[in-house]
Design a protein around this ligand. Structure first.
Ligand code: DQA
Length: 141
């Protein structure tokens, strides 16, 4: 199974950024753990702070990969362009957030991704990503 994690803006700062919300682990080290945990998955990773680059990546993988785990970060709440990209592709998308966005500020309660995602996993820290991989594995059975 071929999956990609796509992370949006400021998630390159995980480990340093607001650790009380996002924890102290860098995504790079967490990704190494994920690859060891899910040896049966061909797991890819992409991060960008730039909206158009995220759209380009969604288009690039969206007709060949088995699943996209998308944490569009702040763009989740603002980007019609990323929402439209998710709607335009064949590959299923699971929306992921590290924090429980619905327990935070009202502007984080809106998602332009969710209407076209299979589902949302939020609030489990970095474990949100491995739960999304588990979900794709289960959906496949
Ligand atoms: C986030 C939640 C977003 O509201 C925020 O803008 C982020 C990270 C999360 O993973 O909890 O950058 O997507």
């Amino acid at each position: 199974m071929k999956l990609i994690i796509i992370n949006g803006p400021n998630l390159n700062l995980l480990g340093k950024r607001e650790p009380e919300i996002y924890g102290t682990t860098t995504f790079e080290s967490y990704f190494e753990t994920l690859k060891k945990q899910f040896t049966q998955v061909d797991l890819h990773y992409f991060q960008s702070n730039i909206e158009g680059e995220i759209i380009d990546k969604i288009q690039e993988v969206g007709f060949s990969f088995d699943g996209i785990i998308l944490n569009a970060a702040a763009y989740t709440h603002t980007s019609i362009g990323i929402g439209d990209a998710v709607k335009s592709i064949k590959t299923s998308v699971i929306e992921v957030h590290i924090s429980n966005v619905t327990a935070r500020e009202p502007f984080r309660h809106t998602s332009y991704i969710a209407p076209n995602a299979v589902g949302i996993i939020a609030g489990f820290g970095l474990n949100s990503y491995d739960l999304a991989i588990e979900a794709f594995l289960k959906l496949r059975k």
